[in-house]
Design a protein around this ligand. Structure first.
Ligand SMILES: Nc1ncnc2c1ncn2[C@@H]1O[C@H](COP(=O)(O)OP(=O)(O)OP(=O)(O)O)[C@@H](O)[C@H]1O
Length: 261
């Protein structure tokens, strides 16, 4: 030990300090963005390798030369997560919602109807059933079996229509009921500004996976409710995006009957 200390020079001290800096910088680099990390890592590595060749830093030179031999393996280990992600992205096609033409038409009808009703401040509540059945949660209602069209939705919710109060239910791409009472949410955190129409939408969405569109009679704003959450004052593009996504998820979760795509 005393021999070791006696032969310890200033050069050795610098050598150890350099090693400490390399380890420290290396730890910091790992926290940064992958591309920057890679460039910085390679730059630091080769600069130090060259430096150590022309200086007397034996330990640093030895370490870097040893590392250089297996640098590819080391890089693969350090960046394994990023490399895996890059390969996965390379092999993956962009995910577009898989949605049928009839559903696209239905979505456009819903967007048209809600926009028209919002403009005229006609209140509306429209439930789009996905996987969970909701029949046991509906109190009253009138059975209908009709295509989803903006004209029909507009006329159902007209104030003098006998079935304008309550919710319209859309199942399997058809309007199946109107004038339905939904369970009201008991969530105390719902903003006081939301009345029973919005609370009914929230109540159903807390119990099922249905998507619910609400047009406020008072403000003329359109909201979408799902999973017990409300997105208030939505533009048509956002409604379209969420409906497409929601109906696509419905399909991907559900076992397909034979013959269906
Ligand atoms: N449980 C329910 N299920 C379905 N619809 C309901 C229910 N309760 C109330 N509604 C509908 O909401 C209407 C009353 O809306 P209210 O003004 O209380 O709510 P709101 O959330 O403030 O909506 P708006 O912004 O349109 O006024 C009723 O006329 C009825 O059509």
């Amino acid at each position: 030990m005393s021999d070791l200390l006696a032969s310890f020079t200033l050069l050795d001290l610098c050598d150890i300090l350099i090693l400490a800096v390399i380890v420290y910088r290396f730890a910091l680099i790992l926290k940064e963005d992958v591309a920057i990390r890679l460039v910085l890592f390679l730059l630091a590595f080769f600069s130090l390798l060259v430096l150590s060749c022309f200086s007397g830093f034996a330990a640093t030179g030895w370490l870097l030369r040893s590392l250089f031999g297996s640098s590819l393996v080391i890089l693969a280990v350090i960046f394994q997560g990023d490399i895996r992600r890059a390969f996965m992205l390379m092999g993956r096609r962009p995910v577009e919602p898989q949605i049928r033409d009839e559903e696209l038409v239905m979505i456009e009808e819903l967007i048209k109807a809600t926009a028209e009703m919002a403009e005229k401040h006609i209140g509306a509540l429209i439930v789009i059933v996905r996987q969970h059945p909701i029949d046991h949660l509906l109190e009253i209602g009138t059975q209908i079996e009709a295509m989803v069209t903006s004209e029909l939705l507009n006329s159902i919710f007209l104030p003098y229509s006998p079935i304008h109060d309550g919710a319209v239910i859309i199942q399997r791409g058809k309007i199946t009921m109107a004038g339905c009472l939904l369970p009201i949410s008991r969530n105390p955190d719902i903003a006081k500004s939301f009345g029973t129409r919005h609370r009914a939408a929230l109540g159903l969405s807390e119990l099922t996976d249905a998507l619910v569109l609400v047009v406020s009679e008072e403000t003329g704003k359109i909201s979408m409710v799902h999973d017990g959450k409300i997105t208030y004052d939505m533009a048509a593009a956002e409604i379209r995006r969420l409906l497409r996504k929601g109906l696509d998820l419905k399909r991907s979760n559900k076992p397909q009957p034979p013959g269906e795509d």
